[in-house]
Design a protein around this ligand. Structure first.
Ligand code: ADP
Ligand code: MG
Length: 596
């Protein structure tokens, strides 16, 4: 569950998990590697040509005719043309392959995010997810394309250079070979540290994202408390933290690069001095020495490229690791194997000795709830805040799964049926309305994608929303603004009710749907809700007790379970908790009205 963990996974595991993404692009990859080998061959031929010409010239200048020189030049030109074409392929198609892989991964990530349940989002910051789905995966494109190619080219060049160097003069080659392990050790030492630093910096970026998001979503609260300075201070900390991590990261990178530079120099000087010595003692010719130097250059550039690439490699690995952290988050609520689709239900809901606690919390929110609700019944839930009303309702559409007992819909355990078919039967209206970016029309149509325009308008009329919608500047096509900021609370709520009308489910959950509204809007929305509730099994969590007097069953839910149950008259006659709540409430209402 922890998506900000610092544990680093093994590179082999990351590669193994990443490799399947190449499967679709197998042939592109093969061709890419083929082009990579072509460019390598072209590059490796140059020293051979130089050696050939100088060697021939020294042997016998007369044999070095214009014709020989020109044909060697022509050969080289052809090779360079092949090299150019191959390079073009690698740069374009290879990169596009990387981008496609990135797209595939992003698709999978988003798909997985859609499957994850409330529980996951209760414990995860959206900003952290955003960082993963955008910037982390950018690093993967470069990596996906360059990783096989770079390793292949460099590996090939190193192997061929060594073979040629060996064939020119073995003893010198063995000396070079001895320096190589030192370089590898240094690389291994710094790689681990760089990776950790990359990971920390990525996590910090995620945190920063989360912070910005939090602050911007709450911008209206920030302004009302004039807490801009406080927000800036909070942000400064996170931002500074990021700088510190980056400093460390760059220090490792710099150390790593400098140390490889040092080895590089060491290798060169060894070759030059030892080679020159071998030359003056007549072990190798000047032409050999020259070719030798050129190949050592190729060898060193390849090694340097691998070294430079390790940085990109580690970035890619970090991206993949963070990708996997989400992909590996378990989907705790999903269809069990062989789950049946639930047909059109009548709407009987039962709680069979249900208990529940949230993941990571010790305390039971619901204990041994037993409840039978017949189709079309109107159940009202009342009780102190935090008593578990919302929690109880959330178990019906399986937003959370029970800890013990069963929740039944028309006699079937909700865990035995498909989520799709279950949730299609249940409409939820909450206090906080979420409208998506887009028009009023789109937001209502969200209740049943593909609905006809007539149906959408009918739903709006049923919800009592048609009138105000037609008065908006562009009617149904009016843009609602981000999260519906351009509409009033009552308007947003009526749009959300229209959505549920359009969905037309047999079971309804109304969770304090009117509590955020002013009196006038509340009256309008209340009327829409009563219209909506007709003929459906309804669970109403009401903050205004007067609105639930007609409920067929009232439950008083406290931390200890269902304290009382019955109709309004029965509960009033009992003179218990409900009586108390109701008296207190009506008293407050009266005073409120008096003030009004
Ligand atoms: P009500 O709707 O009756 O006000 P809730 O069902 O929202 O009460 O909450 C019941 C209890 O569960 C409260 O103590 C609350 O703090 C806790 N709770 C609610 N949602 C979560 C959650 N997502 N994770 C952990 N605890 C929660
Ligand atoms: Mg609640």
């Amino acid at each position: 569950m922890d998506t900000t963990g610092n544990a680093t996974r093994k590179t082999s595991e990351l590669i193994r998990r990443f490799a399947p993404y190449f499967k679709k692009y197998k042939w592109v990859l093969v061709l890419d590697l083929f082009c990579a080998s072509l460019t390598t061959v072209c590059e490796l031929v140059l020293p051979l040509i130089v050696r050939f010409i100088t060697g021939k010239g020294m042997e016998d200048m007369a044999s070095l005719t214009v014709q020989v020189i020109l044909s060697v030049g022509a050969l080289y030109l052809v090779l360079r043309i092949i090299d150019t074409v191959a390079n073009y392929y690698m740069a374009s198609v290879g990169h596009v392959m990387g981008a496609r892989i990135e797209t595939d991964m992003r698709r999978d990530l988003f798909g997985h995010l859609q499957r994850l349940s409330y529980n996951y989002y209760d414990h995860t910051k959206i900003g952290q997810i955003m960082a993963r789905i955008t910037s982390d995966l950018f690093d993967v494109t470069e990596f996906a394309h360059h990783c096989p190619e770079e390793f292949f080219i460099a590996g090939l060049k190193i192997a061929v250079s060594f073979a040629i160097l060996g064939s020119i003069y073995m003893p010198l080659t063995l000396i070079i070979f001895a320096v190589l392990p030192l370089m590898l050790l240094a690389a291994m030492f710094f790689n681990k540290r760089m990776r950790r630093a990359f990971k920390r910096s990525r996590n910090q970026i995620g945190e920063l994202n989360a912070q910005v998001e939090d602050s911007l979503l709450g911008v209206r609260v920030v302004k009302s408390f004039t807490n801009e300075e406080l927000e800036k201070e909070k942000f400064r900390e996170g931002n500074q933290g990021f700088l510190n991590i980056k400093k460390q990261m760059y220090r490792y990178m710099a150390l790593f690069q400098s140390s490889t530079r040092l080895f590089d120099g060491l290798m060169y000087i060894t070759v030059v001095v030892a080679g020159a010595l071998f030359m003056i003692y007549g072990k190798i010719t000047a032409a050999d020495f020259m070719a030798y130097l050129l190949y050592v250059t190729t060898l060193l550039t390849s090694i340097r490229r691998i070294v430079e690439f390790t940085e990109q490699f580690q970035r890619g690995m970090t991206g993949i690791e963070r990708f996997l952290e989400i992909m590996d988050a378990p989907v705790d609520i999903e269809d069990k194997p062989g789950a049946r689709a639930l047909g059109q239900v009548k709407g009987a809901i039962a709680f069979d000795h249900v208990s529940f606690h949230y993941v990571g919390e010790e305390e039971m929110v619901l204990k041994d709830i037993v409840l039978q609700v017949s189709p079309g019944e109107n159940v009202a839930l009342v009780g102190p805040s935090g008593g578990g009303k919302t929690t109880l309702c959330n178990l019906i559409p399986r937003f959370y799964d029970v800890t013990g007992g069963r929740v039944l819909i028309d006699g079937q355990d909700v865990r035995d049926v498909t989520l799709q078919s279950l949730r299609a039967q249940i409409g939820v209206v909450q206090q906080e309305v979420y409208l998506f970016a887009g028009s009023v029309y789109d937001n209502i149509a969200y209740g049943r994608p593909g609905a006809s325009r007539e149906d959408v308008i009918r739903a709006a009329k049923q919800a009592g929303a048609h009138e105000f919608i037609t008065q908006l500047s562009q009617g149904y096509d009016t843009d609602v603004g981000e999260r519906g900021v351009r509409l009033s609370g009552g308007q947003k709520q009526r749009i959300s009710i229209a959505r549920v009308f359009l969905k037309n489910p047999p079971v309804l959950i109304l969770d304090e749907a009117t509590s955020a509204l002013d009196n006038e809007s509340e009256r309008l929305v209340q009327r829409s809700l009563e219209e909506l509730a007709k003929g459906r099994t309804t669970f109403t969590i009401a903050h205004r007790l007067t609105t639930i007097r007609n409920a067929t069953l009232i439950l008083v839910l406290t931390e200890d379970g269902i304290a009382e149950r019955g109709t309004h008259e029965e509960l009033m006659a009992r003179q218990g908790l409900y009586f108390e709540l109701y008296s207190m409430y009506t008293e407050k209402e009266r005073q409120g009205e008096a003030h009004f």
